[in-house]
Design a protein around this ligand. Sequence first.
Ligand SMILES: [Zn+2]
Length: 599
Amino acid sequence: MRAVLASAATIATLLAASAGFAQTVYPIDRADILVGSRFDFKVEFPALVDPAKVSVTLNGKDLVQIFGKPATFIEREDGKDQSALILRDVSLTEPGSYDVRVTDGTQTRELHWNVYATGPRRAKNVILFIGDGMSLAHRVAARVLAKGIAEGKAFGKLAMDDMPHMALVATAGSDSIITDSANSASAYATGHKSAVNAMGVYADRTRDVLDDPKVETVTSLAQRMRAMAVGIVTNTEIEDATPAAMVAHVRRRAEYDRIVEQFFAAKPDVLMGGGRANFLPKSAEGSKRKDDSDFVAQFRGAGYAVATTGPEMTSLADDPQTTKLLGLFTLGNMDGALDRKILKGGTVGKFPQQPDLTEEVAAALKVLSRNEAGFFLMVESGMIDKYTHLLDMERAVYDTIMLDNAVKLARDWASARGDDTLILVLADHTHPVGLVGTIEDDMASIPNVPMRERVRVYERAGFPNYPAADAEGYPSRVDVSRRLALFSASLPDHYETFRPKLDNPNEPTVAGQEAGTYVANERYKTVPGAVLRLGNLPAMINADVHSGEDVVLTASGPGSDRVRGQMDNTEVFRVIAEALGLGSADADAKRTEIAPRQQ
Ligand SMILES: [Zn+2]
């Protein structure tokens, strides 16, 4: 016992001594790096150092020998007493273990990278479906509503559940156990960890949000190594974290203008979603750009067909000449399935011809499959997350059903072609939402017993009485007398109504009197039976928050057999890289050099 204590104390002392002085190195320790993929190498020294004493070696060889060019030494980074070393746009062409050693003559840091190759290409196409924030409770509720359930058995499976391979995927980022949609999508897109709000980069210490050490995205690799087409489809703003992370390199996800510029530089063949506001020059109505650039015009000039409604999108996609398609259907986020199809809330009145996610996917498949070299397509059902933040579970569940319809469409499309397409379906992170029973309540009357007494649990929950779903899996109403009780465990102060919001998406909070704080939205105070529920989160948080549980990944098609057990989110990239053989000798031979990446 004494010996254990002594060694633990020694380790603690060593850690304390090194933590204060150690250099920070990007890519980080234990990074898995695809052979041939591009990245920026950076060392951040915690103090000023003498460049003559700085040495960086990889497996004992000097940096210049390995990368073929010297690093740039920055004596006073950001004008502070801190030096740095940076070497941009390099790659490692030999797979294997790399011991990285950095010393400034006094302090030494050692870390380890694993550089991996892949086998030959197995899949022609890859489709990555991301249900943003989709948790198990959303999936189960979607199954119950879309398929129906009696005597404990559902009448069918979701398309995303009925896939041959499944794994749990850990979601933590390099800075935190809790991830956001930027660094989680970035892990899928690059195979590297990143920090909250960052994508396509390691988050460094400098103020500049565009100078962080970059890592290459799967879309860049697919274009550069395989001449494949790239599609990015969502129903949120196209600049939002998940779609943006497929191409962008930025420390701060809120940099929408910069992200639009990076989309234009990357030229994905299909780019569709909401978020037109940041494509329009600032003089245009509804614009949120801070400059006069007109990116709708620029994309058009670059040969893109441009759609602003669902019917336009479909007819442009049907034209065999269309190989590049930009679709921007709303200024901000698009509306979810429940509003578009049934309730007509949100911005449906203003944008009545928004396509459904399934229609976007059908159009994208038509356009992308015109490229003989295959394609990578990311499809996001992004409002699942936003509605869950707002504690609007009905809308979140309807958009989970919509995601599943899009998965079914893609799977049917792939099987008609002889299954040459790897299809992956997963969330980027979870919410702490649980299905706890049913709520027995006739919405027409003012309840004479408190609403919480109407929450039925265990055997009293029974089964909900939603009407049978339509052909697309949507029940025609959510205000039924026995409905699913889905609650989040992370709460701001808000009025709990125990009732679906039939007019517009829920807005649980409004800004409080004290700057930066939020209070319950009084608008729901008078809903029959509403009770003020005190939150369990800091007052600066205005909504439900993400949680850190693993997400479920299901997969079909060539390369999907690698999906099993429990995986890290960076391994999702590796599954894709393996399926496309992005690190095979064959990829090397066919590599086509395109213009260097923008710094
Ligand atoms: Zn979120």
